[in-house]
Every structure is written in C-alpha cells, then in structure tokens.
Design a protein around this ligand. Structure first.
Ligand SMILES: [Zn+2]
Length: 489
C-alpha cells in the first residue's frame, strides 16, 4: 500500500487505522498547535502533546514538479524527546518521519518551518486540496501542512495563530482567532480548510440550524451573492431530503484558477474557477458547488470504511443527485439536464473502455486514473436505482433510502454493509444494477436500459451520445412534459 493510499485510508477512517498503531492516549490533554507567520511566505508550526511514539506524518501526493509532494515545503523538522532535547528525525520518504532513536522513542513536541510556496506546483488533484496563495493571504488544507501523529485517535486539538495585527484567520474549526480554534477529531483537524492573511472578508449566513461561512478571492467577490444564493437553495434542499444537517458550521472557500474543480472536507469545501465569472460557464461552477456541498451528506457522513471501494457510490451519488437537485430548484433547465445525462453515459462508456474489465469498486483504488468509470458508472448506478425504485415503490423512495443510509451513518460503511442496506431498501435492485454495470461490457444494453427508463439514448460510437425524454407518451423530446417522473419538477 502506498503512502498515498495509507494517508487516504487513515484520514477517511481514523478509527480503523488507529487500532493498527500503538496508541498514545491524550487522557484529557489536548494537542496544541501554534502557527506563526515569519514573513514572506514562511511560517513556523509548533505542536505540543502528551508523550507519543511512532511516525509523524504529512499528507503526501507526488507530482511531476514536486516529486516529494507536500514534504518539499517542510524544513527543519525537529521532535522534542522527553528530556527536553530537540532532535532531527529520520525522514522515511513519502511524508513520514520517525525519531532517530527508532519507532519506540517517545517525544512530546514537534516544530518545523513551512514554506507556503505550493503554487509553484501543478497538483494533479487540484490546488484546493493542498494549499495556494489567496490574494495576499494563504489557503491551506490541514493535512497538507500540519504534521501529526496519525495514532492520536482520542485527543482534542487546539490551534492558535500568531499573525500580524492586520491579519485574520478563517477556519472551519469551532472557536475564533481570538480564543483559539478547537476540534475533537484528528480527521476534522486535518481534513479542513483554513485561510490566514490580510483583507479577508468572510460572510456568514444561517441555513436551518447551520452557520455557513463563505470566503472568496477578490476577483470572485462580485459573484459572492450568487454563490450564497445557490448554496442556500441547494443546501436547504439537501436538508429536506436527509432530514437534517450533519454539521452546525460549514465553510465554503472560492478561489481563482484556470479550471473548474472542487474538493470537499470534513466541515468545509474549496472550489476554484476562472475569474471574472463568465456567464456561459455557469453550469460548470453551479454543479461543482452543489456537488461539493452535497458531499457533506454523501461522502463525509455516509462514508466508506476504506478509502476506495465506495468512491463510485459517493462520487456518482453526489453527481446524480446534484443534477436532479439543480433541476428541481430551478437552477438549470431541461437542456442542461440532457447535457448532464449525456455526459454521465459517455463517461461510463469511455471509462469502461479506458479502465478495462474492473469493477466500479476496484476503479476507486486509482480514482484519478479511473475517474470516468468511477463518476460515470456511479452516476448511472444512482440514476438506474432511482428509476427502478420510483417505478416499484413510488416517488421519493430513492431519496428515502438515501436518508436511511444517512440516519445509520454512525459507523462508516463497508462495501457489504452498503449493498445490504441498498438491497433491503430496493428489493435487490441495487445488486442487480451494480452487477449490470460491472458485467461484460455491452454499450447496447446500456442504451436499451436508458430507453426503458424513459430516457431514449442514441449513440455513434461510445462518445457521441444523444439523450431525450420519452415519458408520458412522448416519443423523445427535450420538453419538461416528457421528463420521467423521478427527474421531473
Ligand atoms: Zn466529489
């Protein structure tokens, strides 16, 4: 297992990895991080904690221009032994260090220099998942810049900033800059965004019982009201579907970049897009925004036990329900919906060809390489499941099943527990559809199945797709009146 997979698994399922390592117990004493700005692009990070042993780690993703990933931005890392002496640990590669005296040697503090120059790298998963300059400020994802002992399973965490007087901080954690931030889980410490620097103007709104903070780079500020309005409409709809919000506080950060993309974290998401906002690509950023905020329910709360085997379910589910929700709240029209459906079928067909005969679960192990299959196959799974359940059990039954998954999400889902729950709610349709998508590749069967659910689909090869609506006696059109009930407003 590569460090990348280890880190992903550790961050998604800290409880299971925690069992695998010898655990330092915090017994009431929190892990205290202090992040101080030194000037230029430099910060120092210091952490004090109860005596711990084993590795200290940083999230690590290699990239062509940064072969040693996020570790290239760390220098002068030292661990303090229990006699109070600072020692330089041995670097094991891939963002892992251990005390020079070996894995059993104990230490109770660490400190290092962080060079926030991550923009020199083009990250293949996108800068919003790592760190970047946010106008004069700095955007960070905790796991990319905070070195931690991944065995700290039962600790509380406090984060204090030492910043110039004119600076401020915006973070997804509870608390405030004046009194310090705190969180009770390592996952929440690391899988969240924080931004520090001058001229930050976060805006706060209330949605149900949820406080949503949005923060935009200057060039996107003219669009801030649009972001808030879309976030308000889509999140309100998600709260209706799932019955509640899993978090009290949520942070959405919008940054400028050449491409549209986003990343979701424990109580936050980061999105990037070209600025100034161009009206013609509204569909791109609305889908990203609604997809990333939906992860709060599907992906973060309904979460997999292992990092890879339910990627198809969480990513495909987020994509499918995003499209349906945007249509139902009036954010997109019938033509947009057809464009989205055509894209999902195309992605699946091309993904099957590109990734070969592997299952949707297997495709998640290399999610980026197999992204067409993971996203396209996953979205078709949800589409077929919604169509089938609506036909058998009536409108809203698919959403009711998702809500049930959410209500039973105290524990993460293994693949088997997920399929058992889906089959119980759908009378076995889930396994049949999953088997259909994984079965011998037959594009014509996919087209037939689309046609059977009221979405007749024609294809020229696997890449030119045409979807129409043919419910309510229609023979195939783009009209709202012809849309199948499970999609219609
Ligand atoms: Zn996603």
């Amino acid at each position: 297992m590569s460090k990348k997979c280890l880190a992903a698994a550790a961050l998604l399922a800290l409880t299971s990895t925690a069992v695998a390592q010898a655990q330092p117990s915090c017994s009431g004493q929190p892990v205290q991080y202090d992040i101080a700005y030194l000037g230029g692009t430099d910060f120092t990070v210091t952490a004090e904690f109860p005596a711990s042993a084993g590795l200290v780690d940083l999230s690590w993703r290699s990239s062509e221009s940064a072969p040693d990933g996020q570790a290239e931005f760390i220098s002068r890392l030292e661990l303090r032994d229990l006699e109070g002496a600072w020692q330089t640990p041995a670097y094991l590669g891939e963002g892992s260090w251990q005390p020079v005296e070996g894995a059993d040697a104990e230490y109770d503090a660490l400190r290092y220099r962080l060079s926030a120059t991550h923009d020199r790298v083009v990250w293949d998963i996108g800068k919003e998942e790592i760190a970047y300059r946010f106008d004069e400020a700095f955007y960070f994802v905790g796991s990319s810049v905070l070195i931690a002992n991944y065995g700290w399973s039962d600790c509380g965490y406090e984060v204090d900033f030492d910043l110039p007087a004119s600076w401020s901080s915006v973070a997804a954690w509870e608390g405030s800059e004046d009194d310090g931030y705190h969180t009770t889980s390592l996952n929440d410490l690391l899988r969240n965004i924080f931004v520090v620097g001058p001229n930050l103007e976060p805006q706060t709104m209330k949605l149900g019982g949820m406080e949503v903070v949005t923060l935009s780079q200057r060039a996107l500020e003219p669009a801030a009201a649009q972001f808030q309005s879309l976030l308000g409409d889509s999140v309100s709809r998600y709260i209706e579907i799932f019955g509640s919000s899993p978090v009290d506080r949520y942070l959405a950060v919008f940054g400028v970049d050449g491409a549209n993309d986003g990343g979701a974290f424990a109580q936050s998401f980061g999105q990037r897009m070209p600025a100034p906002l161009r009206e013609y690509e509204r569909l791109m950023w609305t889908r990203t925004l609604a997809h990333e905020s939906l992860h709060n329910w599907i992906g973060i709360t309904i979460r997999p036990e292992s990092g890879s085997e339910l990627q198809w379910f969480t990513e495909g589910g987020a994509d499918y329900l995003t499209g349906k929700t945007l249509y139902r709240i009036g954010e997109i029209d019938e033509d947009d919906m057809i464009f989205i459906l055509e894209g999902q079928v195309r992605r699946f067909l091309l993904g099957r060809i590109a990734s070969g005969p592997i299952s949707l679960a297997e495709a998640g192990v290399e999610k980026q390489r197999n992204r067409q299959l993971v996203y396209g196959g996953g979205a078709l799974f949800h589409l077929f499941l919604d169509a089938e359940m609506t036909a058998n059990q009536g409108a809203g039954s698919y959403e009711a099943l998702l809500r049930q998954l959410y209500e039973n999400a105290d524990e993460p889902y293994s693949f088997d527990r997920m399929m058992t729950a889906l089959d119980a709610g759908s009378d076995g349709s889930a396994s049949e559809i999953y088997g259909f998508l994984n079965g011998p590749f037959n594009p014509f069967a996919v087209l037939d199945r689309m046609t059977e659910i009221g979405l007749p689909t024609a294809a020229f090869g696997p890449d030119e797709l045409l979807v129409r609506f043919a419910a309510n006696g229609c023979t195939g059109s783009r009209e709202a009146a012809c849309m199948p009930g499970y999609l219609a407003r």
